[in-house]
Design a protein around this ligand. Structure first.
Ligand code: MCA
Ligand code: AMP
Length: 514
């Protein structure tokens, strides 16, 4: 066994801390996949070393971005870990993103390296080379691709790059209510501090096994789940895609599950979800979108487990959580629990004054988990922070007398659909470009499976006729599929208030009721 010559104490690199938590027995199974593959801790150690050596061999300037749009696989996780290990900056991209979206992210982030699937190499490499990217590698979900071929020739010995807590580890693009997507810059310290707090707060135990069923392009699956398991030296049961039957089948071998509310709704639709099936499980965690109280209650009665709901953001990783330890309080449905240790959370009114207990206002946060700012957008970053350093989340909520935080809405115009964020402004801008369209409004309406979905309400230009089906088809060719409104309605005019602002609440009530 090889020992690291940089200890986690002296090295602020998140990977050093994750590596230090690998169990003594490096031959134990670290990851078991749904295709029957087993990866030991030694495999992870060697594979990350080889890939980090490949990245080192490219001689990239400090802070170079590695942009990755690949299907979920253990090798994709290894690439993330290797990027940390090499001290470079990881930029994950949802596989649903289409060429215009990718062109923006790559143009904005100017990554030195882009990794994509072989299937997409043609168009992705064209975009990347145009943006000045040095190397484009391929990585497929069947352990093939030029990245692995090149890494196979590299040494499996690698010294973890020295990084400070304040150095960048990842950039996550998050859309905005106005303008284009912004890259949230997260540091090694942001993520490590949060992971350490969660390890303790959620009572990770020596024999925990995590069912990993989420995508690995966003905070939930990439950071909360992976860091949680690795920092505890826990095995992961790795599902390439969420499959409710398989999750239930794996529960007797596992202890922890993390999911967005849609996953819980879909699990509840399975007759196989019983107390017996969930008997071996220790903890079910939900987040990324509001968990309906009906889902929370039904889960309790069907499985005997109380879901632990927590709240986070791309800019902050995790912010609040219901308690794991019942002595700290009950897990209260409909709330997102207490601010995590180290997180200061306050609720303010529009004039920047704290609201009384139980009253509603804007949620603001501060702590070691809060990001460094938006990539190359200092003005936008400054706008989102208060003069005393609190980040304005854009979520609206309240804190009760016991300290439980409840999110009641959002001041940002955002739809959260199946755990993915959809910004109406982006969709409306696309619709407004289509022939015959005068204007449009996209609103979120309740949906049994995805929690919320977008619908588009469109007005035609004088004399024009609009085919709603064509609008949807056109959006499908331009946008990630989860962003495409599920329905499109053509109306003569949009409802407006006296200031001329579109009254989205009226549209939500009108189309949500149907
Ligand atoms: C798929 N579809 C969707 C969504 N997903 N529509 C709306 N919202 C969605 N989320 C549509 C597709 O457009 C497609 O429609 C059809 O469903 C089938 O697509 P498919 O990919 O096969 O769907 P699926 O496999 O059933 O996926 C549903 C899913 C997935 C498993 C719920 O959306 C998912 O994994 N969501 C989790 C997202 C997540 O990890 N979020 C965490 C963000 P068509 O055929 O018409 O095109 S991190 C975060 O928020 C923070 C910080 C936090 O607090 O955690
Ligand atoms: P993202 O931009 O993907 O990081 O999404 C962050 C947003 O997801 C937050 O600002 C919240 O609006 C929402 N969110 C995350 N967790 C929860 C939760 N448990 N309940 C309600 N909303 C949530």
């Amino acid at each position: 066994m090889r020992t690291q010559n940089t200890s986690s104490q002296s090295n602020g690199n998140l990977f050093a801390a994750l590596r230090a938590a690998f169990p003594q027995d490096l031959d134990a199974v670290a990851v078991e996949t749904d295709s029957g593959l087993f990866y030991s801790w030694r495999d992870l150690e060697r594979a990350t070393a080889m890939m980090a050596n490949l990245l080192d061999s490219l001689d990239l300037p400090a802070g170079s971005r590695i942009a990755v749009q690949v299907e979920k696989s253990v090798e994709a996780m290894v690439l993330y870990l290797a990027t940390l290990r090499a001290g470079l900056v990881f930029l994950p991209l949802n596989t649903a993103y289409q060429s215009a979206e990718i062109e923006y992210f790559i143009g904005n982030a100017e990554p030195a390296v882009v990794v994509c699937t072989a299937r997409n190499f043609g168009w992705v490499s064209k975009i990347a080379f145009k943006a000045g990217t040095q190397c484009v590698f391929t990585l497929n979900d069947d352990r093939t691709g030029s990245l692995l071929e090149r890494a196979a020739h590299c040494s499996d010995q690698h010294v973890v790059a020295l990084r400070q807590a304040d150095d960048l580890a990842a950039i996550l693009y998050t859309s905005g209510t106005t303008g284009r997507s912004k890259g949230a810059m997260l540091t090694h310290g942001n993520m490590l501090s949060n992971a350490l707090v969660l390890k303790d707060y959620w009572g990770w135990q020596a024999d925990d096994v995590l069912i990993h069923a989420l995508p690995i392009f966003h905070v939930h699956g990439l950071f909360v789940a992976i860091h949680g398991a690795l920092l505890n030296g826990s095995k992961m049961i790795w599902l390439s895609k969420f499959d409710p039957k398989l999750v239930i089948q794996k529960m007797p071998e596992a202890t922890v599950f993390m999911g967005v509310p849609t996953l819980y709704v879909r699990l509840l639709a399975e007759p196989g979800l019983t107390r017996e099936a969930a008997r071996h499980m220790r903890l079910f965690i939900a987040g990324s979108a509001p968990l309906l109280i009906e889902t929370f209650n039904e889960w309790q009665s069907r499985t005997g487990h109380t879901i632990l709901e927590r709240y986070g953001m791309s800019e902050t990783v995790m912010l609040t959580s219901n308690p794991y330890d019942q002595s700290q309080g009950e897990r209260r449905g409909g709330t997102v629990g207490f601010p995590l240790p180290g997180v200061s959370l306050r609720v303010q009114d529009e004039d920047g004054r704290p609201v009384p207990v139980g009253e509603i206002g804007g949620i603001q946060v501060k702590g070691p988990n809060v990001f460094k700012g938006y990539w190359r957008m200092p003005e936008k970053t400054a706008e989102e922070f208060t003069p005393d350093g609190y980040f304005k989340t854009g979520d609206v909520g309240k804190i009760d007398e016991l300290g439980y935080v409840t999110i009641v809405g959002r001041s940002k115009d955002l739809i959260i659909s199946g755990g993915y964020n959809v910004y109406p402004a982006e969709i409306e801008a696309c619709i407004n470009e289509l022939p015959g369209v005068a204007e449009s409004a996209v609103v979120g309406i309740p949906h049994a499976d995805f929690g919320e979905v977008g619908v588009a309400v469109v007005t035609p230009k004088p004399g024009a006729t609009i085919d709603p089906g064509k609008i949807i088809a056109s959006l499908k060719s331009q946008l990630a599929n989860f962003k495409v409104p599920k329905q499109c309605f053509v109306v003569a005019a949009l409802p407006r208030n006296t200031m001329g602002k579109v009254q989205k609440n009226i549209l939500r009530a009108q189309y949500g009721a149907g």
